[in-house]
Design a protein around this ligand. Sequence first.
Ligand code: SAM
Length: 207
Amino acid sequence: MPERRRQRYGDMEYDWENRVNTTSGTVGWRTRLLGLFHSPYQPTEPALFREMMASLALEFDQFTFVDLGSGKGRTLLMASEYPFRRIVGVELIEELHRTAEENIRGYQSATQQCKRIEAVCMDAREFEFPTEPLVLYLFNPLPERALSEVLRRLEKTLAQAPRAAWVVYHNPLLETALGASGYLEKAGGTAQYSVYRTTGQPRATTG
Ligand SMILES: C[S@@+](CC[C@H](N)C(=O)[O-])C[C@H]1O[C@@H](n2cnc3c(N)ncnc32)[C@H](O)[C@@H]1O
């Protein structure tokens, strides 16, 4: 009875299936407390992740997947099932970051297509985007002001090194910040997520 199991154990199904530790259920109290000041850890649901990836019209092997606020690294593992060029996760909280590293080391999947996975522990606001085509994944890691800072940083690097970029925004509460970018246009989505991609030519930014 998978539905009853899900109701009882929440997000643990992925961990049982893959023998990893990405659930929010085992996060220590200090980290939970820190989460109240930043953004509480919650992993992305696998079926939704697959739906989001299916909505991208791109050659995966050209792109670097970057998750800002990667937590215990579930998205990094799920992204590794696609032939991304490489995968980078950026997490502020050390306990989560260390668990992500363990998960990356221990992940065993016969269908894994990308093994270049790196987890870094730092503030996403200071992360320098690699000058490669990008899929930027955001699941509410940042409040509005910090998100805008990150997007300005993204625009700057896109201006300096023009290249394709996609932004997958899960639970897009602050979507207006993306809509305000002259470098991005909406390419799809549902109520649960929005997808943006670089425009051919930068549009005029309003405001
Ligand atoms: C909702 S969770 C998403 C986890 C993961 N991306 C996923 O989808 O499975 C948001 C994560 O962002 C992290 N976070 C919050 N502020 C951050 C910051 N300034 N820099 C990096 N990570 C941050 C939190 O610690 C948390 O792990």
